[in-house]
Design a protein around this ligand. Structure first.
Ligand code: CAA
Length: 379
């Protein structure tokens, strides 16, 4: 067993670290405060190849492995988790889904510009009454000859306002349950498609999260991804990889907070010495470092399984469950180590604490991850 990263993986990690430090750190507090979408930064992310990292170069991607993706996600999430969720959705949910299950025509039309970062995509599964219970889709795609008529509402959609391409799950045949669900590619300017209000969120405030409304949207049949009725399986298979992305985001949030707390503990003095000399702080740092290392190993193991064509369903859920819980614990402790300074925006850790919370919720809550893991260990 080798724990050594390759030259190429180290290069990607360094490139992501440099980009985050030089281009994401300036303005991150302001973007969070004003819920400002990082338009320029996302454009640069695309130019640097981070929006289609694992896509085959023949479709405009980087052709990199999932391990490189985990490394880049960690570095970018240390500084700006709003940017990393945009990156994760585009890479794991939209590009991977289209590359794996799309037709050649869909790949040429949508995957190529998505992988190059010329446009970004959104993944639309959640609804006002279908979050964790994802099979209960109320959005309908009625079969009408050579097209579907799409009606319904989607909620909490990442990249909702800024995407050009939307993968929308909708029920075509209720009598077939989840086997009656289809995934349709919807373009932003299709008549009847409206973008709802932007959510005012606790964290990842730079990313834009919207509800979406579809009223009699005519979607040609060639916009369906996969066979008739494949939509739910498409969503599940896609989310399985997406969870590695969010696990890495959580890992990055945790390691970003830990690095800030470590630095601060060596500078701040209390009771005549740096607080890093107090055992109360040392124990916190020791727990943080240990948990982060365990989270990193889970993320890398899941990515390694994916890279080697092995089953990564259980590993991806374990990585997501553990890393997101570590992100929450670590960021709370990082604020504690900073004391009063931790509670104000300039020191970054309060933002990381707010950003951490969503990693326990989206792409399957911690409770859903436990269901997936339990089913896997009990089978
Ligand atoms: N891969 C392939 N197929 C899968 C699968 C997987 N990982 N998981 C389930 N399936 C299949 C099952 O085999 C089953 O098919 P068959 O009937 O042919 O056997 C079908 O899907 C239905 O599965 P279940 O019977 O297990 O369905 P369920 O209702 O009991 O539970 C669930 C499924 C795992 C709880 C699922 O509903 C789930 O994952 N819910 C969470 C939804 C979620 O993660 N939403 C995230 C929204 S996207 C987002 O957050 C993006 C963002 O903004 C960042």
């Amino acid at each position: 067993m080798f724990f050594q990263l390759t030259e190429e993986q180290l290069m990607i990690q360094q490139a992501a670290r440099d980009f985050a430090q030089q281009e994401l750190l300036p303005g991150v507090i302001e973007r969070d405060e004003h819920q400002k979408f990082p338009k320029e930064q996302v454009k640069r992310l695309g130019e640097l190849g981070f929006l289609g990292m694992m896509v085959d170069p023949k479709y405009g991607g980087g052709g990199l492995d999932a391990i490189s993706y985990v490394l880049a996600m960690e570095e970018i999430s240390k500084i700006d988790a709003s940017v990393s969720v945009i990156m994760s959705v585009n890479n794991s949910l939209v590009c991977w889904g289209l590359e794996t299950f799309g037709t050649e025509a869909q790949k040429q039309k949508y995957l190529v510009p998505l992988a190059k970062g010329e446009i970004i995509g959104a993944f639309c599964l959640s609804e006002p009454e279908a979050g964790s219970d994802a099979t209960s889709q109320r959005t309908t795609a009625v079969d009408n000859g050579d097209h579907y008529i799409l009606n319904g509402t989607k909620n909490w959609i990442t990249n909702g306002g800024s995407a050009s391409v939307y993968l929308v799950m909708a029920q075509t045949d209720v009598s077939k349950g989840h086997k009656g669900i289809n995934c349709l590619i919807v373009e932003k300017d299709m008549p009847g498609f409206t973008i709802g209000l932007k959510e005012n969120k606790l964290g990842i405030r730079g990313s834009d999260t919207h509800s979406l409304m579809f009223q009699d949207v005519k979607v040609p049949k060639e916009q369906r991804v996969g066979e008739d009725g494949f939509g739910f399986k498409f969503a599940m298979k896609t989310l399985t990889g997406g969870r590695i992305g969010i696990a890495s985001q959580a890992l990055g949030i945790a390691s970003g907070a830990y690095e800030l707390a470590l630095k601060y503990s060596k500078e701040r003095k209390a009771f005549g010495k740096e607080i890093s000399h107090h055992q109360a702080i040392q124990f916190k740092l020791a727990d943080m470092a240990t948990e982060i290392e365990a989270a990193r190993l889970l993320c890398l193991k899941a990515a390694w399984l994916k890279d080697n064509g092995l089953d990564y369903n259980q590993a991806g859920s374990m990585a997501k469950l553990f890393s997101s819980e570590v992100a929450m614990r670590t960021t709370v402790e990082a604020v504690q180590i900073h004391g009063g300074y931790g509670y104000v925006k300039e020191f970054h850790v309060e933002r990381l604490m707010r950003d951490a919370k969503i990693t326990q919720i989206y792409e399957g809550t911690s409770e859903i991850q436990r269901i997936v893991i339990a089913r896997s260990v009990l089978q």
